[in-house]
Design a protein around this ligand. Structure first.
Ligand code: LLP
Length: 454
């Protein structure tokens, strides 16, 4: 089993995902190719929902669309009954075009423009998550102008920062997100929100980090947030209906990662919430969680074709593939680690250690360092695993590489979620200012030279 239970090796020795042969997918759709396993996405949604049912029935799961959002993905999330977190007009537009029920949308963002706020108000999104006092004031004005009301959460910063294997409790809240609890700023915003006849303050939000593998930071956060809820209730007279603890649960990128399950996360949060609610005398809030990575991350793989192989004796073997940091910037940005499987040789034993390089003009454009692989040749198909989150959504056109296609696989079926871009797509938004129109033939010179006119 290559890293995840939903990835198997078929009797041809090929990697299989969603009942589809990965090598066949690469042949049919070309590479680089994002592949998303629908059943795995649905299973992750259900794991969260059943964890709530078991440990804290007063809860909601809000999928964080920043991890991966297309209209097809919206359909899957909607049909599983989850809510959706969007952070921009573009994500909101995608959701609305996909027919996602607006009342199940949470609209985030630390710098929503007037147009974005108007779009959210007009669509009647379920929650606008207000990130600052200034946004609170502006939203109130816009709601008045439009004759609308809005259900809001206030995003606060409790002063906990979670890292993959550790957490930090910072006294100083140096973050562009949220209103600090420290210094009474969040309480002041809560009082202001409570006074507005157009804004209904439903509760509070925080998000402490991403790819979290140790739940201690969540325990501490629940304590700090429940303390704040009690203070805010005393200050405003309004008990918080909802406590949104954001996303952050980690996934398995390599065999060394051992993330807690959604069930463990919710059980632990539920226990902490009950304990805190009793000791502080506040009602139990609706628990809202916003997982992104742990819904789609391991459901996705990226297929590449091996190109040139460069052996530097005694040092390293570089295996170059036809994608790289343009489709997966996470290695260059965060030193992220991935697992690679040779899709057409998935049953073969490793024979050497190689590093997988991208094709962009940048030394940092690497996908995997020091991966054990069977003997490789040009034309082999590589699968980089756990690329479902923050790959397509963070992809760029660096070096004018067209963005890859994305295919949804499910029980042996496969179909496009996103079409592969063409070279013409790259030119679609280009405009040539009139003074750059082709010069008269006599002015055209050789590259770099200019003919001197007599
Ligand atoms: N809610 C809020 C308010 C967030 O800011 C985020 C992620 C999430 C939910 C979802 O977190 P998740 O469950 O996916 O960890 N580009 C980075 C990750 C940035 C996450 C930003 N916020 C990466 O590729 O690792």
């Amino acid at each position: 089993m290559p890293l995840h239970a939903h990835l198997t090796v078929n009797d041809r020795g090929h990697l299989e995902i969603g009942g589809c042969d990965a090598v066949e997918l690469a042949r049919r759709y070309g590479t680089p190719l994002y592949v998303l396993d629908e059943e795995r996405v649905r299973a992750a949604c259900r794991q969260y929902l059943s964890a709530l049912a078991r440990h804290y029935p007063k809860g909601k799961i809000v999928y964080a669309g920043k991890a991966l959002l297309t209209t097809g993905v919206c359909r899957i999330i909607a049909s599983e009954g989850l809510c959706l977190d969007v952070v921009s007009g573009g994500e909101l537009y995608t959701a609305l075009q996909a027919g996602f029920p607006p009342e199940r949308i949470y609209f985030h963002g630390n710098n929503k423009s007037d147009d974005e706020l108007r779009m959210g108000l007009a669509a009647g999104v379920g929650r606008i998550v207000v990130d600052s006092e200034a946004e609170l004031v502006r939203l109130d004005e816009l709601a008045a102008e439009m004759g609308r009301t809005a259900d809001i959460l206030l995003r606060v910063t409790p002063g906990v920062e979670a890292h993959t294997h550790s957490y930090m409790k910072t006294g100083q809240l140096d973050s562009k997100f949220g209103i600090p609890i420290a210094g009474g700023l969040a309480l002041e915003a809560a009082r202001r929100a409570a006074r507005s006849p157009r804004l209904r303050l439903r509760g509070y939000h925080c998000h402490i980090g991403s790819q979290i593998l140790d739940l201690t930071a969540f325990d501490i956060t629940v304590g700090l947030m429940m303390e704040f809820l009690a203070e805010a209730q005393a200050a405003t007279g309004i008990p918080a209906e909802e406590l949104d603890l954001g996303g952050g649960l980690g996934i398995r990128y390599t065999p060394a990662d051992d993330p807690p399950s959604p069930d463990e996360l919710v059980r632990r949060l539920g226990d902490a919430l009950r304990r805190e609610a009793t000791s502080r005398g506040v009602p139990l809030p609706v628990l809202v969680l916003e997982p992104g990575r742990s819904i789609v991350g391991d459901a996705g793989i990226t297929l590449y074709t091996v190109g040139f192989i460069k052996r530097i004796p005694g040092l390293r073997t570089y295996v170059a593939v036809d994608g790289g940091m343009a489709d997966n910037p996470r290695v260059a940005l965060y030193q992220a680690r991935y697992t690679v499987v040779v899709a057409n040789k998935a049953a073969e034993e490793p024979a050497e250690i190689v590093s997988i390089a991208g094709k962009c003009c940048e030394t940092g454009d690497m996908l995997v360092f020091d991966a054990p692989v069977p003997p490789l040749a040009r034309g082999d198909v590589l699968a980089v695993l756990s690329t479902g989150a923050y790959n397509y959504s963070m992809a760029s056109h660096y070096n004018r590489l067209p963005k890859p296609a994305m295919v949804l696989v499910s029980q042996g079926r496969h179909a496009l979620l996103v079409e592969r871009e063409t070279y013409d797509d790259l030119l679609r938004q280009d405009r040539v200012p009139p003074w750059l129109e082709p010069a008269a033939p006599q002015a055209a010179g050789a590259c770099g030279s200019r003919e001197v006119q007599a």
